[in-house]
Write a protein that binds this ligand. Structure first.
Ligand code: HAM
Length: 415
């Protein structure tokens, strides 16, 4: 028996309707914010991610599904959505559209991770990217959109944490201070941290190794090193969040796992299990990094599997699987041909209808209707076809009614 690869998940019909509910709610909200959907390729040239996401990140160093295609090019299954969306923004000339460009996406992502609770190798993200504005108001809009998603999905117990990791100017000073702090203990850090010390010491703060976490206690915090512009930006974000009643915490420890961030970064964490459901921030240097004009931007992405988990926990009975409106049971070929036509007409009118496609006995057809929770069963034999009348049974109450076999009469009963 061939099993699915480790870290992947089958989303079965008895769960998929919950996904659809969440996706519908979020799509509506994205539309209400004027966000336009974008879809980009599952694989890109590897260089896009190594340059965009950053050479020293875990994602690029350890987690990418990279392979050579038959033409000898190195391609990578996208580990995240932002780099591909920014590539499309540049390549497809989206900069010429009204600015800011507000995009959203729902796409599967691939990371070769240590599989554990909430950590998959194929997972789905819904994300948004607001490209073309450096205003703090865009950071506020992104965070408020995140807050609103949890509101419309009726998910409580979400802790919102924010931080600022500054711009390249203030970060350079901070990195010096961080190196000074780490240097005396550098030998005791893990090998990965050692390789990141010169190039990108900020990554050392994000190390998951217990010994490195301990050594990082008491490290200088970037908030103390922000330049005036970055400090103003961060204060304005906070002023607006407070004015909008958003309950947030500043967590100076958030550095995020991807290198493109500047200024505001944020994470939404489930208080029930500590999993980060949403992560994002500003990335003012990425468009230029991957070959475009200097263009500020901000965005976030939510892990859909994690979102679904917190949604289900908070709303175990909110969404019910939609059951079939009507099953048309038939006896004999003439009735079956009639049933086939009637089912087609009703389906085209928006009614959910099933009929026998197994040449089963009437009894077996009823059993199937029962098992699939059809709400009504219409039984058609030769007489019914001739008289254009038939009995329809309400499968919940057991009540039977005779109706004309017209769309209007059927619709009247089943709606
Ligand atoms: P990220 O923090 O790497 O950010 O991922 C965003 C979210 O995706 C996480 O908070 C988590 O819910 C989910 N996620 C990440 N890795 C996994 C995994 N292995 N299994 C399940 N869920 C996972 C980004 O990807 C950025 N592109 C977000 C962004 C958009 N920043 C600006 N714009």
């Amino acid at each position: 028996m061939i099993q699915k690869p480790k870290g992947t998940k089958d989303i079965l019909p008895n769960e998929v309707y919950k996904w659809q509910y969440i996706e519908k709610k979020i799509t509506e909200l994205m539309n209400n914010y004027g966000m336009k959907e974008i879809r980009v390729p599952v694989f890109e040239h590897t260089e896009l991610f190594s340059r965009g996401v950053g050479e020293t990140t875990d994602v690029v160093q350890k987690e990418m599904y990279t392979f050579e295609d038959k033409g000898g090019r190195s391609v990578t299954l996208r580990p995240e959505g932002t780099a591909g969306v920014v590539r499309a923004y540049i390549e497809d000339g989206l900069a010429s559209q009204a600015t800011p460009l507000k995009l959203w996406y729902e796409m599967p992502m691939y990371r070769y991770e240590n599989v554990q609770k909430g950590r998959l190798r194929e997972f789905r993200q819904i994300g948004t990217e607001i490209i073309g504005t450096g205003s703090f108001l865009a950071d506020v809009e992104a965070i408020l959109l995140g807050v609103n998603i949890f509101k419309v999905l009726n998910i409580p117990n979400i802790k919102i944490t924010i931080n600022s990791i500054g711009c390249p100017t203030c970060r350079a000073k901070y990195q010096d201070a961080l190196r000074d702090f780490i240097r005396p203990n550098l030998d005791n850090y893990c090998d990965t941290c050692k390789t990141r010390f010169e190039k990108n010491p900020l990554r050392i703060l994000d190390c998951k190794e217990e010994k490195c976490k301990e050594l990082n206690q008491g490290a200088p915090v970037i908030l103390d090193y922000l330049c005036d512009e970055c400090r103003d930006h961060f204060e304005n974000v906070q002023k607006y969040l407070k004015a909008n009643g958003v309950d947030y915490e500043i967590d100076a420890g958030i550095v995020r796992g991807l290198d493109y961030y500047t200024k505001t970064v944020f994470e939404f964490i489930s208080e029930d299990d500590g999993l980060t459901v949403l992560g994002g921030g500003r990335y003012d240097g990425l468009v230029e990094e991957v070959g475009g004009q200097p263009t500020p931007a901000v965005g976030f992405a939510m892990g859909m599997e994690r979102l679904l988990e917190v949604f289900e926990r908070a709303n175990p009975d909110l969404v019910k699987e939609k059951t079939m409106d009507l099953y048309i049971a038939s006896i004999g070929e003439e009735a079956d041909i009639f049933a086939t036509k009637l089912a087609t007409d009703l389906r085209n009118e928006g009614v959910q209808v099933e009929k026998d496609i197994c040449s089963r006995s009437l009894n077996a057809q009823f059993k199937y209707a029962n098992k699939t929770n059809a709400r009504y069963v219409l039984t058609i034999g030769e007489n019914e076809v001739r008289e254009n009348k038939a009995r329809i049974k309400n499968m919940i109450t057991g009540e039977e009614t005779e109706i004309n076999l017209t769309y209007d009469d059927i619709k009247k009963i089943i709606q």
